[in-house]
Write a protein that binds this ligand. Structure first.
Ligand SMILES: *[C@@H]1O[C@H](CO)[C@@H](O)[C@H](O)[C@H]1NC(C)=O
Ligand SMILES: *[C@@H]1O[C@H](CO)[C@@H](O)[C@H](O)[C@H]1NC(C)=O
Ligand SMILES: *[C@@H]1O[C@H](CO)[C@@H](O)[C@H](O)[C@H]1NC(C)=O
Ligand SMILES: *[C@@H]1O[C@H](CO)[C@@H](O)[C@H](O)[C@H]1NC(C)=O
Length: 374
């Protein structure tokens, strides 16, 4: 966009947006080296085949382990797209940097959604933190790697680990100085990646916030059935025409609502906007969902797990007794966390940031981090 167009657009923005955080974006190649399983999934040639695959994978005789045929080594760099933000009026870099990992169906704009009401980054920088959000591999401006093999949960965890190492050494970008503390915040699938990170590499994080999450994956099929598996490129040719057939999405805004929202606790314009900017997911990400270890006995930092009361994918529609209580595994996943705290955000579904009252949930997060990370 030409600078003059940009300036005239800026002039049209309401005053509230003028005090946005100071941000910049960049790409960086992130090198990872790991071994991942190979899956025996025939490439989809249309949405009938991908839908049939979904039906088969949630049927009572399904056995996803039987799809694994071997393993393959990944040893290369992937282009990842980042956005760094800091408080507008800061003279030196904030002590605490929050690394934000978004979930399925979104890109990094999940953290930066619309005006201040839903905008996590604006709220967070307002509290004096710096943030680094990024498009997950395969999403947004990050590389469209092979969705049948390369884009798996362990790959995403390895990318987050490498990014965290670079940040700890002040080497990700010349304008991002070494933070005193690195905190990791996830939503949904991004929480899974974040949990996997501190399970594998506890020294890479000084604090963790897992939103829209639990370690109980019993209800994943409900989520998948709400979504449906359409080829992204046929669902929305205008946006996804060049995408490989292994990139999937759901049908329409009502499927989106079914999986991510609890009526009537959201603004339907917000849902429509989320639908307009939705991001595809890769088939091998879903197949590798349960493939990284989550138990983090050596992580001694603070952990906050915060989910919407009616979260469908991770709580089966009711988080009471899932995040904590006798049937919950979460405290055992983080036995050494100092402390482990769970919190249920009332009147909220899975897309926590996009329900009414999201900004009050942000205050719960900031309050926790102010108390436990300094
Ligand atoms: C699922 O498939 C794996 C690998 O083929 C096999 O070892 C396992 O016994 C199967 N499980 C069931 C319940 O059939
Ligand atoms: C998931 O939660 C349900 C209900 O609280 C419980 O019965 C089940 O054992 C849990 N499963 C796992 C793997 O934690
Ligand atoms: C935790 O640390 C101990 C001691 O360093 C090590 O033996 C163990 O493998 C670690 N456990 C995990 C799950 O990383
Ligand atoms: C809004 O969220 C805050 C923080 O979780 C909570 O205390 C309050 O009850 C919520 N309000 C409503 C109307 O849900």
């Amino acid at each position: 966009m030409a600078l003059s167009t940009l300036l005239s657009l800026l002039a049209l923005l309401p005053a509230a947006l003028a005090i946005k955080p100071r941000c910049f974006e960049f790409d960086h190649p992130v090198h990872v080296s790991l071994t991942v399983p190979t899956f025996n999934v025939p490439k989809f040639s249309n949405s009938y085949e991908s839908t049939a695959f979904l039906t088969a994978s949630v049927s009572r005789n399904a056995n996803l382990s039987s799809l694994v045929t071997g393993e393959v080594k990944i040893d290369r760099a992937f282009k990842i797209h980042f956005q760094y933000c800091e408080p507008e009026k800061c003279t030196r870099a904030p002590d605490v940097l929050q690394v934000l990992s978004h979930g399925v169906g979104f890109d990094r704009s999940y953290w930066n959604f619309g005006d201040s009401e839903y905008n996590y980054i604006a709220s967070t920088t307002g509290h004096g933190y710096a943030t680094l959000s990024y498009d997950r591999l395969g999403v947004g401006f990050s590389e469209q790697a092979d969705p049948y093999s390369e884009i798996q949960v362990p790959t995403q965890v390895a990318i987050l680990a490498e990014v965290s190492k670079l940040l700890q050494h002040g080497k990700l970008h010349k304008r991002i100085s070494k933070p005193k503390k690195l905190v990791h915040v996830g939503h949904s699938f991004g929480s899974l990646i974040t949990n996997g990170l501190v399970a594998a590499s506890p020294s890479l994080s000084d604090g963790v916030v897992l939103t829209g999450f639990s370690q109980n994956t019993s209800w994943t099929p409900l989520f998948e059935l709400c979504l449906g598996f359409e080829l992204a490129r046929t669902n929305n040719p205008a946006r996804f025409h060049g995408y490989d057939s292994g990139y999937l999405t759901w049908g329409n805004e009502y499927d989106n609502q079914c999986a991510f929202y609890t009526y009537p606790f959201f603004d339907t314009h917000v849902l429509k906007q989320a639908e307009r900017i939705k991001a595809p997911f890769a088939i091998s990400e879903l197949l590798s969902f349960a493939s990284v270890p989550l138990a983090a006995p050596n992580f001694t930092g603070p952990v906050l797990m915060l989910s919407g009361q009616s979260d469908l994918p991770f709580c089966g529609g009711d988080c009471t007794g899932v995040l904590e209580g006798p049937a919950s595994v979460s405290p055992f996943v983080f036995p050494s966390a100092q402390p482990f705290v769970s919190y249920i955000q009332p009147n909220t579904g899975h897309a926590l940031n996009l329900h009414y009252n999201a900004s009050a949930a942000y205050e719960v997060i900031h309050g926790f981090l102010k108390e436990h990370v300094h």
